[in-house]
Design a protein around this ligand. Structure first.
Ligand SMILES: [Cu+2]
Length: 240
């Protein structure tokens, strides 16, 4: 009898120990990966008139060299909202380097335009700049975050740049002066682009108080201070 009750007590102890072990393991694991059930979601409403894009199309159509190469006879595919807009947290606590964010991205040159118009990347990302046009492009930036000049290169050639410092990089083409794009090099993985209906979700955000910003076309257009709690789905809408 004594033996049996001893065995039961011992088994109970083991269960308690293992439970504590697994619980603490899960908490540690969840903190290490930056995983949290909190999220920030909402809708971004953009103005109907898009003067920046209209101006780009207009200047592109006037380009003599492009005309000569048949570049402007083709109507370019309009930019989707996800190619024009980025939502991101300005600065966030430490996150695990095992973040699922890709460290490779692409800024396309096609139909005499860069695609997307704004490209968000995590610091350390290498961006490929493929030329998909029947003519030469010359991608460059004088940005203090990363200065580069890729020189002239023809169709199907790809040149790459690694962005190892956070900040804003304005990208241009030396041949087609109206071509522009922005690379947002961000120091944390909590950024996203909206769907066509303007909705967005920032998932697995650690609880805390943040500045959340919206970049639209050529500049940062809004910043809000928000506090998100554990297990909360915080709604933050933007009207630009
Ligand atoms: Cu060009």
């Amino acid at each position: 009898m004594v033996n049996t009750s001893f065995r039961i007590t011992n088994s109970l102890k083991k269960i308690v120990y293992y439970s504590i072990f697994f619980c603490s393991f899960q908490v540690t694991f969840s903190q290490d990966t930056g995983k949290s059930s909190a999220e920030i979601r909402g809708t971004i409403t953009v103005p109907k008139n898009n003067e920046v894009i209209e101006d780009l199309y207009h200047k592109r159509a006037l380009n003599r060299y492009a005309k000569h190469h048949g570049g402007v006879n083709k109507t370019p595919k309009p930019y989707s909202l996800s190619e024009q807009c980025v939502i991101y947290i300005e600065s966030a606590p430490q996150y695990s380097s095992s973040s699922e964010r890709q460290r490779r991205a692409e800024l396309d040159q096609s139909d005499l335009m860069f695609r997307p118009l704004v490209l968000p990347v995590l610091v350390g990302t290498t961006v490929d700049f493929p030329n998909r046009d029947e003519l030469y492009h010359n991608v460059f930036s004088y940005s203090s975050v990363k200065e580069f000049d890729l020189g002239r290169y023809p169709k199907n050639q790809v040149k790459s740049v690694t962005f190892d410092k956070a900040g804003t990089v304005q990208v241009f083409c030396d041949i087609h002066t109206y071509m522009f794009a922005t690379i947002l090099v961000l120091d944390n993985p909590w950024f996203t682009t909206p769907s066509e209906d303007g909705s967005y979700v920032l998932s697995n955000v650690p609880p805390g108080t943040y500045q959340i910003s919206v970049w639209y076309l050529r500049k940062k257009v809004d910043t809000k201070t928000v506090t998100v709690k554990e297990n909360q789905a915080l709604v933050v809408n933007f009207e630009l």
